[in-house]
Ligand binder design. Structure first.
Ligand code: NAD
Length: 551
C-alpha cells in the first residue's frame, strides 16, 4: 500500500497524520490525515439525513445490500489479510480468522434479521378490545469506535448490526491500525448501494471524543475500561446510550479431573494467541494442588513449542508475532516488574527484543500483584496453585473485571456447576476463547468489563428502539379502561381485581361471598348479586384462558 491522504484538515491547526507502521519491522508504509471536528460534524449531519432513506428500506432490502459486503470480503480476502498483517503484525492466517468470524456473523445475521426485527403481537391483558404490538425502530445515527487488536472483527460486526437494524453509521477505527480502517472504508466505497450510509472518521482519541460530542443516537465502543469511563461520562451530557465492550482479566480454572494435556494446550493457546493481545485471553490460571505439577510441566512443554516471528506470506508457521502497540509494552513490563518485586518468578521467557516479547510464564504469584488483578494484554501468564474448587472460584471472582472465564473438568456437569459460580459474561468449559467465534452466542462483560452484549439477537436489537402500538376503537362502556377511569366504580374495580388476579379461589370469590353474606342486602338482590358475581368469575376465568392461549 502506498502513502495516501484521505479527506480532512488537521486538528489543532497543524497537519496531524496517522502513520501506518508495521510493528514487526518498524517500516512506515503510508499515512492518513486525521479528521477534524468540522469533519465529524459534517459526517454526523450527512448520516442523519441519509438515515431516513436507509431506515425506509424494508429489512429484506437492507439484507440484500449488506450481503454485497459479505461477497466483497470473500472476493478480496487475500488483499484484506495482507493489509492487516502489515498493519497489526498478526499472521495472514490470524487475519483470516477475523475475516472468517466476520463473514460468518454477516451470513447468520442476514439470514435472521428479518425474523429478529419483525413486528410482534403482545397480549393486551384485560384491555381485551385493544390490539397491541411492538416494532423495532432504528436509533438513527450510530457511532462505532473500535480497538486495534482485532481491527476487522471488532469494527465490522457492530457496523453491520447497526445497518441491518436501519441505522446509518459513523465509524472511528483505532489510530494504531489506521491502515486497516482505511482499507475497510475502501471496501464500503466499492459498494455504491451501501457507501452513502456509512462514514469513516480516521484519527486518535480526540476524533473519538469529537464523535461522542457530535451526539450520535447510540455509541458502540470496544476498547479499554479507561476509555469506557471517558466515553460514558461525555455521553451522559447528552443522555446518549452507550454499549461498552471493555477490558478483561479472564481466569482459567483447572480442576483435578481435567484433561491436563488438553488444558495445557488450549490454555497456552488462549494465553498467547495474538501475542496475548485479546480481551478474553487467558490472563491468569488457577490449578488445583493435586494436578499443579503435572499441569505446569505440560503447559511449559506447550509454551516451549511456540514459534514466534513475522512473515507477510500466507504460508507461515509462526504461532505468535510481535506486539502491536508500544503503549502495551510499558504496561506488560510494569506488571512483570511489580510481580517480580513482590516475589513472583519467571519460569519461561521474560525477554524482549523490540516489539517481540517471549511467551512468558510466571509462578509464585498472588493477588497483591498487578499481574493477577489488572489487564496485562500481552504474552505473559501467571499460574497459581489453589487448594480446591472453592478456592479457585473465590480467586477467579476476586476482580473488578468480568469478561469471560474457562473451566477444565472431565465432568461436564461439574464444569457447568463451577461456571454458574463465576461472575462473568461467558464461561467456556474445556476450551478457551472459542466462544467469541459463535455469532449468535451473546458476548460481553459484567463489572468493569462492559455494558451490553455483542453477538446474537439481543445484539441486533440493541441497535433499535422498541416502539409500542395500541390499536382499537374508542373505549366501550364495559371496557376495563373505561370502568377504572369512570368515578364511582371503586367497588366494581375491587371486585374485578379479586376475580381476575386473586391468587386462590377463596381470594377470587371474596366479593361474591361478601355479597351473599351481607344481611343488609335483600334476598332477591342477593340472588342477582350472586348470579352476577358467578358470571363475572366465569367470565374472568374464560378471559384469562383466552389471553393465555393468545400469547
Ligand atoms: P483504547 O480504549 O485505548 O481505544 C479504543 C478506541 O477508543 C480507539 O479507537 C481510540 O481512539 C478511542 N478513544 C480513545 N479515547 C477516546 C475518547 N476520549 N473518546 C472516544 N474515543 C476514544 O483501547 P485499545 O488500546 O484500542 O484496545 C485495547 C482494549 O480494548 C483492551 O482493554 C481490550 O481488553 C479492550 N477490548 C475489549 C473487547 C471486548 O469485546 N470486550 C475486545 C477487544 C478489545
Amino acid at each position: 500500500m502506498t502513502s495516501e491522504v484521505i479527506k480532512g484538515r488537521p486538528l489543532n491547526g497543524k497537519a496531524d497524520y496517522l502513520p501506518f507502521v508495521n510493528p514487526a519491522t518498524g517500516e512506515q508504509f503510508g499515512s492518513v490525515v486525521m479528521g477534524t471536528e468540522a469533519d465529524v460534524q459534517n459526517a454526523r449531519r450527512e448520516m442523519a439525513t441519509a438515515a431516513r432513506a436507509w431506515a425506509a428500506k424494508p429489512v429484506k432490502e437492507r439484507v440484500r445490500i449488506v450481503r454485497q459486503l459479505q461477497t466483497l470480503l470473500i472476493d478480496e480476502m487475500d488483499e484484506i489479510t495482507a493489509v492487516m498483517n502489515q498493519d497489526n503484525g498478526k499472521s495472514r492466517q490470524d487475519a483470516l480468522a477475523e475475516l472468517f468470524m466476520t463473514v460468518d456473523l454477516i451470513n447468520q445475521y442476514c439470514n435472521r434479521a428479518p425474523r429478529w426485527l419483525r413486528r410482534r403481537r403482545i397480549s393486551p391483558g384485560l384491555q381485551i378490545f385493544k390490539r397491541c404490538y411492538i416494532e423495532q425502530h432504528p436509533h438513527g445515527v450510530v457511532g462505532v469506535i473500535g480497538p486495534w487488536n482485532y481491527p476487522l472483527v471488532l469494527i465490522l460486526p457492530p457496523v453491520i448490526s447497526a445497518l441491518l437494524a436501519g441505522n446509518t453509521v459513523l465509524v472511528k477505527p483505532s489510530e494504531v491500525t489506521a491502515a486497516t480502517g482505511v482499507m475497510i472504508e475502501k471496501l464500503f466505497q466499492k459498494l455504491p448501494e451501501l457507501a452513502p450510509f456509512v462514514r469513516f472518521l480516521h484519527g486518535d482519541g480526540r476524533v473519538g471524543a469529537a464523535l461522542v460530542q457530535s451526539k450520535p443516537d447510540l455509541i458502540f465502543l470496544t476498547g479499554s475500561t479507561k476509555t469506557g469511563r471517558l466515553v460514558m461520562r461525555a455521553a451522559a451530557e447528552n443522555m446518549t446510550p452507550v454499549v461498552c465492550e471493555l477490558g478483561g482479566k479472564d481466569p482459567m480454572i483447572v480442576l483435578e479431573d481435567a484433561d491436563i494435556e488438553a488444558a495445557a494446550r488450549w490454555g497456552a493457546w488462549g494465553a498467547f494467541y495474538n501475542t496475548g493481545q485479546t480481551c478474553m485471553a487467558v490472563e491468569r490460571i488457577y490449578v488445583v494442588e493435586s494436578v499443579y505439577d503435572r499441569f505446569l510441566e505440560a503447559f511449559l512443554e506447550e509454551t516451549r513449542q511456540l514459534k514466534q516471528g513475522y512473515s507477510p506470506e500466507i504460508d507461515n508457521l509462526n504461532d505468535i508475532g510481535p506486539l502491536t502497540f508500544q503503549r502495551q509494552v510499558d504496561i506488560i513490563e510494569d506488571h512483570v516488574e511489580d510481580a517480580l518485586t513482590k516475589g513472583a518468578q519467571i519460569i519461561h521467557g521474560g525477554n524482549r527484543d523490540g516489539m517481540y516479547m517471549e511467551p512468558t510464564v510466571m509462578v509464585n504469584v498472588d493477588h497483591s500483584m498487578k499481574i493477577m488483578r489488572e489487564e496485562t494484554f500481552g504474552p505473559v501468564v501467571p499460574i497459581m496453585m489453589v487448594d480446591d474448587e472453592v478456592h479457585a472460584i473465590q480467586l477467579a471472582n476476586d476482580s473488578n473485571l468480568g469478561l469471560s472465564a474457562s473451566v477444565w473438568s472431565r465432568d461436564l456437569a461439574r464444569g457447568e456447576r463451577v461456571a454458574k459460580e463465576l461472575y462473568v459474561g461467558s464461561v467456556n468449559i474445556n476450551d478457551t476463547m472459542s466462544h467469541f467465534a459463535i455469532p449468535r452466542l451473546p458476548f460481553g462483560g459484567v463489572k468493569e468489563s462492559g455494558i451490553g452484549r455483542t453477538h446474537g439477537k439481543k445484539d441486533l436489537l440493541q441497535f433499535t428502539q422498541t416502539r409500542a402500538y395500541v390499536v382499537g376503537n374508542p373505549p366501550l362502556p364495559f371496557d376495563i379502561a373505561t370502568i377504572l377511569r369512570q368515578p364511582g366504580n371503586y367497588k366494581l374495580g375491587s371486585g374485578i381485581i379479586h376475580l381476575a388476579f386473586g391468587t386462590s379461589p377463596k381470594q377470587k370469590l371474596k366479593p361474591v361471598v361478601e355479597l351473599i353474606e351481607d344481611k343488609e342486602v335483600k334476598p332477591k338482590a342477593r340472588k342477582v348479586g350472586t348470579a352476577v358475581g358467578l358470571t363475572a368469575a366465569l367470565g374472568a376465568a374464560i378471559i384469562a384462558f383466552v389471553l393465555r392461549t393468545r400469547k
